[in-house]
Design a protein around this ligand. Structure first.
Ligand code: FAD
Ligand code: UDP
Length: 402
């Protein structure tokens, strides 16, 4: 895959209208918009050796297409976002399904049951044959009364009660975040609904597709505009020394940009264990979740379900949560939101600089939300930055940066 990236235009030094830090969704979409709609010269850098940010995929040693940073499944309700990305990829219809491995409260045996919790989950776990109407009453009778739904615990116990909460959510969440669900914002477990019907899809969005040739191939097309230069394996500190630019788009961690001056914003990381197996299939579905706290990983995913690739071997990834490592997840809780607000105030005051993406705006965003945020930022740029001025070469100065 690195040879594919190497064919992108590169530069050692020079002068650009825009420097974009980060070649993930936020940076790449803005590079494309600015280059194609404003005709300005853009340099995109990334300190990793590749484009596509956390969505990066590549062929592993066995030739199986895998996602280096864990399974990425595209889903959106926005026709605008889907239409925009469709300029750069064909799609493969894919609806993600997840099973959770849990111990049956009835038999004590390990079972694989649908997650999100639905009618079949309850019937199989408890050996029941409830209907949709009946399971609603069953859940209501177990649900705890929660005055105000504030935390990630409240969300689940208020819907299905403590037993299912402990079975499916408590252990998983404590592993993933190193926090009890009672210490996390409700928005975290609210990502996973509870259903009384038999729908076993993980997402219910209108558009659920994978880029047909993979994410990296899609990013290569997004970044293919002649006004865009891409330089991977380069940090912002180095880029500032080598290149001059008039405006900056920052998609890295916002606290890093400001030299951690108010302290570090907490992020949660993961270690990925990628394995190739000498058989055609490994799992009964795209992802199996392991909520038990005694299992050190949270989930295992098999890419061929998502990519549709046919191959005699198969590759899977285990996700082990960790405190150390790349910042993957902003941690949604009130004190972190308060700290982010202080950085946000600095970001808002920073001249000719835009902060976009999951790390730069400290938001637990999915890919489509980041694309939406980047497209909205481009509209703000269109209003705030007159094109004539942007094209005035004399105004191009070397910036001080962070
Ligand atoms: P990133 O993709 O993180 O890109 C930022 C880039 O900036 C990085 O490549 C980084 O190297 C670079 N950078 C940072 N600082 C510097 C610097 N100082 N100098 C140079 N470069 C720098 N979303 C979904 O919609 N569906 C999913 O199934 C899904 N699964 C996920 C699974 C996991 C394990 C994770 C962690 C995330 C998942 N996401 C998923 C979320 C998705 O990854 C993000 O929404 C999206 O990638 C964010 O794009 P971004 O451009 O904001 O950030
Ligand atoms: N979650 C859980 N058990 C599960 C799946 C999810 O407790 O089987 C909780 C957990 O806190 C997780 C959050 O719900 O971090 C969001 O899950 P999602 O699958 O959306 O996480 P992501 O794909 O973003 O890692």
């Amino acid at each position: 895959m690195s040879e594919r990236v190497a064919r992108l235009p590169t530069a050692e030094s020079g002068s650009f209208d825009w420097l974009i830090v980060g070649a993930g969704f936020a940076g790449s979409v803005l590079a494309e918009r600015i280059a194609s709609q404003r005709g300005e010269k853009v340099l995109v850098i990334d300190r990793r050796e590749h484009i596509a940010g956390n969505a990066y995929d590549h062929l592993d040693a066995a030739g199986v297409l895998i996602h280096r940073y864990g399974p990425h499944i595209f889903h959106t309700n926005s026709e605008q976002i889907f239409a925009y990305l469709s300029n750069f990829t064909a799609w493969r219809f894919y609806e993600h399904r997840v099973l959770a491995q849990v111990r049956s409260p009835r038999t004590g045996e390990d079972m694989l049951v649908p997650m999100p919790i639905n009618l079949d989950t309850v019937n199989r776990l408890y050996g029941l044959s409830l209907t949709e109407d009946e399971v609603e009453g069953w859940m209501a009778s177990r649900a705890e009364r929660v005055e105000t739904v504030r935390t990630s615990e409240d969300v689940v116990v208020g819907k299905v009660g403590r037993e299912l909460y402990e079975l499916f959510f408590r252990g998983y969440t404590r592993k993933q975040w190193a926090l009890d669900p009672s210490e996390l914002d409700r928005s975290v477990t609210a990502r996973v609904p509870t259903r009384t019907n038999r729908d076993d899809r993980y997402f219910t969005d209108c558009f659920q597709f994978m880029p047909r040739d993979g994410y990296t191939a899609m990013f290569r097309k997004i970044l293919a505009h002649p006004n865009v230069t891409v330089r991977t394996g380069m940090d912002f500190r180095e880029a500032r020394k080598r290149f001059s630019f008039r405006r900056l788009i920052w998609t890295g961690p916002v606290d890093e940009y400001f030299g951690f001056r108010f302290g570090k914003l907490p992020y949660r990381s993961l270690t990925f264990r990628h394995e190739t197996l000498d058989r055609e299939w490994a799992l009964p579905t795209g992802t199996v979740n392991h909520p038990a706290e005694s299992t050190p990983f949270t989930r295992v995913s098999e890419y061929k379900w998502m990519t549709g690739q046919q191959h005699p071997k198969t590759s899977v990834t285990y996700e082990f949560p960790s405190a150390e490592g790349d910042p993957y997840y902003p941690i949604p809780r009130p004190e972190n939101a308060a700290l982010y607000k202080r950085y946000e105030a600095l970001a808002d005051a920073e001249r000719d600089t835009w902060f976009v993406g999951r790390l730069a705006t400290y938001r637990y965003y999915n890919m489509d939300q980041v694309v939406g945020q980047a497209l909205a930022t481009f509209e703000r740029i269109q209003k705030a930055v007159p094109q004539e001025a942007a094209n005035d070469d004399a105004a191009r100065v070397k910036r001080a940066g962070a």
